[in-house]
Ligand binder design. Structure first.
Ligand code: FMN
Length: 189
């Protein structure tokens, strides 16, 4: 199983990274590509629409690696802490740039055709401080189901692990452990 995992937290050993790693590393036959987005230079989408007339992005930066890895992967796992009720800017920049992974389709404005091969799985994993964040931040969770569907990733799972502060070991919480098991089971299929 080829897995691409993106950590959208600036803390490379933080809550998000710990849960993400446990979810993607502990498989018998995993071929893993793991990126800390904080180490990559990925600019915001500039809405030039080059990608609507070409199968490529006009911006030449580290997103090129992510495009290649998304095409390569059987499963794409996007992870981020919640900052001000949303994903981090690090992950949002990647998500916006995946606009280049859909082509314009017949049928007028707003019609798109995914360029990614069908059959991939997608996981979105969020961590947050609010102990009830898994109930109050459902809008973030649900946006990622829409996002994966837009990319043609039909099988998706989006999870929020609540109640995590920077000083703690996320993996000591029951909800983090449950999230890891849920993601592992989903990736196994
Ligand atoms: C700038 C900033 C904004 C945050 N905003 C929220 C928020 O809106 N809601 C929330 O529940 N937690 C919020 N948090 C808490 C983090 O989401 C939480 O501690 C997360 O697990 C940190 O992940 P990390 O260890 O991977 O960095 C915020 C933390 C920071 C640093």
């Amino acid at each position: 199983m080829k897995v691409l995992a993106l950590n959208g937290s600036p803390r490379k050993e933080g809550n998000t990274a710990r849960i993400l790693r446990k979810s993607v590393e502990e498989h018998e036959d995993v071929d893993l590509r793991y990126h800390d987005l904080v180490d990559l230079k990925i600019r915001d989408c500039i809405s030039c629409r080059h990608c609507k007339t070409h199968d490529s992005c006009s911006i030449r930066d580290d997103m090129t690696i992510i495009y290649q890895d998304m095409r390569w992967a059987d499963a794409i796992v996007l992870a981020s802490p919640i900052y001000m009720s949303a994903e981090t800017a690090l992950l949002k920049a990647v998500v916006d740039r995946t606009y280049a992974l859909v082509a314009s389709a017949e049928g007028g404005p707003g019609k798109y055709r995914p360029r990614l091969a069908p059959g991939k799985r997608g996981v979105a994993l969020f961590t947050c401080g609010n102990p009830k964040g898994d109930e109050t931040l459902v809008c973030v969770r649900d946006r990622y189901y829409q996002h994966f569907a837009f990319l043609g990733v039909a099988q998706a799972k989006s999870i929020i692990v609540p109640g995590l502060s920077p000083g703690m070991d996320a993996m000591e919480t029951v909800k983090a452990q449950a999230a890891v098991e849920e993601i592992k089971a989903f990736l196994r299929g």
